[in-house]
Design a protein around this ligand. Structure first.
Ligand SMILES: [Zn+2]
Ligand SMILES: [Zn+2]
Length: 510
């Protein structure tokens, strides 16, 4: 596409994007609320257990904490909800005695008479709710407070310090590295609370508007690659980013699967089409990776399975589903885009609670080296990207999208931040453009007649149609997304995978 055509393309995409916002996704509110309730019910006992472990520690270390000037962080002031901490009312609470406001002597006299009490008695007793204390303070540990957690883990439990940018951190991925050191069992509980709280906060931002629908604002010119950006908009309170809903967690446990709250309209089904192994394919073609491209000539070839077989040094037939998903896919991504072994290891291990996979640095190094031995074309391609950066400072994708890289090069520049960004740019951008061309084709030819577009999610499109039209609509969407692209001397058509469900977006079947 020429710059002029690209501009027209993005402008044309504004139409389906606005339709997506106007349509919104139907939310199963009952399910959303019950999912929140289930997660919160699991948080409460964890919270109590943490108090039981942490507060004695805090109390024991009162002097130390006061010296550190951190004691106050754990002291929570409270105030009685009945007498509101007023000295007079706490000692003689008229609310607890059944009066609507502070009674006069006359009112008290009438009260005694009405109750048939003839002896002198104190009508107003200390507040029942607080026992007359009114207000005070108590110790409290709030797991959501990073400051408190830092003190608990590093000062009180003396766990090995974890830093991020030269500052102490209790970020989730760092906490995971502390599990083995923590004899009191605080860290696993914190991790569970964090995971639950994250999902709860996502479910909370999925609150639908009065019409039962949740909205998002897609921006066709929101990124430099041509990917859409998605966000909530301040004009529509019931809107949010819908492109970053968690998938890994969802695959592991339905209680984390927030997509289950998104349901089709009455009598309809949801259909999702996604471009299979899209970035891996484009990368192979860009890198001119002849042996890999030939493997794809067999329709059943699965690149992620192959990558896993290389990483684990075993036959492809012996690769498990988990090994393919959590190691094969990630090692392929890391090897394609020049991720270092350490970063790759951390990325895998940071999801170990969900995936069940933990790898060592030695494994990561060996796996990446093996992949590069099997695919020597990758590093040659990186070299070409580096040369283009040095000579022109720009890259142009197969669709004619030109990007200038402004980043300062570091050291000799090899695999520095700018280089890696440039390596990832072409595949990501090419896939985004193919998907959006397909989306636009569907919008022009079928939308409103054979289904309606509901959402775009980076490498997938979600539509909805009346149940009887399901097969036809799926076929129409598939044909729109099947677009050949010319990469070098070759032509690549990324295959389209379609799934559907009449229940929810979280329960799609092939
Ligand atoms: Zn009170
Ligand atoms: Zn009271």
């Amino acid at each position: 596409m020429t710059p002029d055509e690209l501009q027209k393309f993005e402008l044309a995409l504004a139409q389906p994007c606005m339709a997506i916002t106007a349509r919104g996704l139907r939310i199963d509110e009952e399910r959303r609320l019950s999912m929140i309730a289930v997660l919160e019910a699991e948080i409460a006992p964890l919270h109590d257990e943490l108090q039981g472990i942490v507060l004695p520690l805090v109390a024991e270390n009162e002097a130390k904490l006061k010296k550190l000037k951190k004691w106050h962080l754990f002291v929570e002031k409270w105030c009685c909800s009945c007498c509101r901490g007023g000295v007079k009312k706490a000692a003689a609470c008229w609310s607890c005695a059944g009066f609507e406001k502070s009674p006069t002597k006359k009112m008290i006299g009438e009260y005694l008479k009405a109750e048939g009490i003839w002896y002198a008695t104190d009508v107003l007793l200390p507040c029942l709710k607080c026992g007359g204390q009114g207000k005070g303070s108590k110790l409290l540990y709030k797991p959501s407070s990073d400051d408190q957690t830092k003190i608990v883990l590093y000062d009180l439990c003396r766990l090995p310090k974890r830093m991020l940018k030269k500052k102490l951190t209790v970020a989730e991925d760092k906490l995971k590295t502390l599990v083995a050191f923590d004899k009191r069992g605080i860290v696993p509980k914190l991790l569970k609370i964090t995971k639950h709280a994250t999902i709860v906060s996502i479910l909370e931002r999925m609150k639908p508007g009065p019409d039962g629908r949740l909205r998002t604002f897609l921006n066709p010119a929101g990124t430099e690659t041509g990917r859409f950006s998605s966000a909530g908009g301040f004009l529509e309170p019931f809107s949010t980013n819908l492109q970053n809903l968690p998938k890994r967690e969802a695959a592991k446990d339905p209680k984390y699967d927030v997509r289950r709250c998104v349901i089709p309209d009455e009598g309809c089904v949801l259909i999702e089409a996604d471009l299979g192994q899209a970035e891996a394919r484009v990368t192979a073609y860009l890198a001119n990776d002849e042996p890999l491209i030939r493997r794809w000539e067999h329709a059943s070839f699965d690149v992620h399975k192959w990558m896993a077989s290389i990483a684990f040094e075993k036959e492809m037939s012996e690769v498990t589903k988990g090994e393919r998903e959590y190691i094969g896919k990630t090692v392929s991504h890391a090897a394609n885009y020049g991720t270092g072994a350490k970063t790759y290891m951390q990325a895998v291990n940071s999801e170990s609670d969900v995936t069940g996979f933990t790898i060592s640095l030695a494994f990561a190094e060996r796996a990446l080296a093996s992949v590069h031995r099997a695919r020597p074309a990758l590093k040659k391609w990186w070299r070409r990207v580096d040369a283009a950066l040095r000579s022109q400072g720009t890259l142009t994708t197969v669709w004619g999208r030109k990007r200038t890289f402004f980043g300062r090069r570091q050291g000799d520049g090899w695999l520095d931040h700018t280089h890696k960004e440039a390596i990832a740019f072409e595949p990501q951008s090419a896939v985004a453009d193919v998907l959006n061309m397909g989306l636009l084709a569907y919008w022009d030819r079928f939308d409103g007649r054979l289904g309606t577009i509901m959402l775009q999610i980076h490498d997938a499109v979600l539509i909805q149609t009346e149940t009887p039209k399901r097969a036809m609509a799926a076929q129409a969407l598939k044909s729109c997304l099947t677009i050949p692209m010319k990469i070098g001397e070759r032509e690549l058509t990324i295959p389209v995978d379609v799934s559907w469900s009449e229940r929810s977006w979280g329960e799609m079947e092939e």
